[in-house]
Write a new protein. Structure first.
Length: 397
């Protein structure tokens, strides 16, 4: 019956992570998958998350289906986290949020919404972007193209080329933008560059779709939402997804949100209704437990303060690993400029290594990074950062 079904090549990130698990070497180093590890190489259970989960269990009762849009307390806390409690867009009722199955689920629901109501729109993604961005939008039947972004020569941003390309984009094109901690390059727009981008979005009537998977890992929980607040204040309508996998360590709970900022409250009611209809014909409603951990944590001032401190500590550890990696590489290869490891932000950095050099890292040194050269800085620790730098230096010479 299924003789015509072709084999699945596998996801490049998850497949590499599986290969790491099968590698018998005891000194292997996993810098492939986008997961935060502590200095002992473990996924941490944040103390604030543990406290919030105990509260959820303490108040546990029957487990009914959630509404299609998700739990009201979760949705409220997400909006407050993204925009601030007193944001005029929230107070005017023109912001709608649904609880999604991770931010990937939010991307899928948002992509289906775009396909239905803007069927002729193309989706423009950065070159490069997270591989699954293209897969999700193409899977919804949308055409995906790229705009210039990463500058391989400098390890920075091709901002002028990006602006020029978006200035020529067809009206109502969807522009996928990383709100902070760009995946896979770690290269972000500055505040000034976001402000320069704003009139292009307005003049071309483009539809921004922001991905905020790493809130708190850039400059801070509040600082990393600058782009969302700027767009909301400008009156632009846009979509945004966010995730609590990284900043709360809730990877397996799949806690995310999809938020759409609308022109007015009346349109927001209709948009929310259609998002609910989309969820109903997809997975009916989101799961309960993880979302309530998020809601209880964000809603309890003491626990939230503890969580904010823990996020600050995670961000500081990632920056410390960048500094150490840069120091060892600069000492090993003094003629090369590795400053991009310091200017790039968040969990990831583009190393500039070729696919062949990445294969050498894996085969000869047991250091696993993606063939694109993306390295997960959050997988480095005080025990493996020097070995990683020595291996990178070896394949560069």
């Amino acid at each position: 019956m299924f003789h015509h079904v072709e084999p699945y090549a596998g996801d490049p990130i998850l497949s590499l992570n599986e290969a790491f698990g099968k590698d018998p070497r005891t000194d292997k180093i996993n810098l492939s998958i986008g997961i935060y590890f502590d200095d002992q190489g473990k996924i941490p259970m944040l103390a604030s998350v543990r406290r919030a989960e105990l509260k959820v269990v303490e108040h546990a009762g029957a487990r009914p289906y959630l509404p299609m849009e998700g739990a009201a307390n979760f949705r409220h806390e997400v909006q407050t986290l993204l925009f601030g409690a007193n944001n005029p867009a929230l107070q005017s009722g023109r912001v709608v949020t649904i609880q999604t199955v991770g931010s990937s689920g939010g991307l899928k629901v948002g992509a289906d919404f775009i396909k239905r109501y803007f069927p002729g729109s193309e989706v423009l993604v950065s070159d490069p972007t997270w591989d699954n961005h293209r897969a999700v939008f193409e899977g919804a039947g949308l055409t995906v193209t790229t705009y210039p972004y990463y500058d391989a020569a400098t390890g920075g941003l091709r901002f002028d080329a990006m602006l020029a390309a978006l200035s020529l984009a067809a009206k109502h094109s969807v522009v996928l933008l990383h709100a902070c901690c760009h995946n896979p390059t770690g290269v972000d727009l500055t505040k000034e560059q976001w402000q320069q981008l704003l009139p292009v979005l307005q003049e071309r009537e483009l539809i921004p779709f922001l991905d905020l998977a790493y809130q708190g890992y850039g400059d801070g929980l509040y600082e990393d939402t600058f782009a969302l607040r700027m767009l909301a204040d400008s009156g632009i309508s846009f979509l945004a997804v966010n995730s609590f996998s990284k900043n709360m360590g809730l990877y397996g709970e799949r806690c995310g949100g999809l938020t759409i900022v609308c022109p007015d409250a009346a349109q927001a009611v209709n948009v929310l209704g259609q998002l609910k209809a989309n969820v109903r014909r997809n997975y009916s409603n989101p799961p309960l437990h993880g979302g309530q951990i998020v809601a209880f944590l964000l809603g309890d001032p003491a626990i939230r303060t503890q969580w904010e401190t823990e996020v600050d500590e995670m961000r500081a550890r990632i920056k410390a690993m960048r500094t150490q990696l840069h120091a060892v590489l600069s000492a090993k290869l003094p003629g090369r400029d590795f400053s991009y490891f310091l200017s790039q932000r968040g969990m990831f950095s583009y190393t500039g290594l070729s696919p062949e050099q990445c294969e050498r890292l894996k085969n000869e040194f047991g250091v696993y990074i993606l063939r694109s050269g993306r390295l997960c800085v959050a997988g480095l620790n005080s025990s493996n950062v020097e070995a990683t730098a020595v291996a990178i230096a070896a394949v560069l010479t």
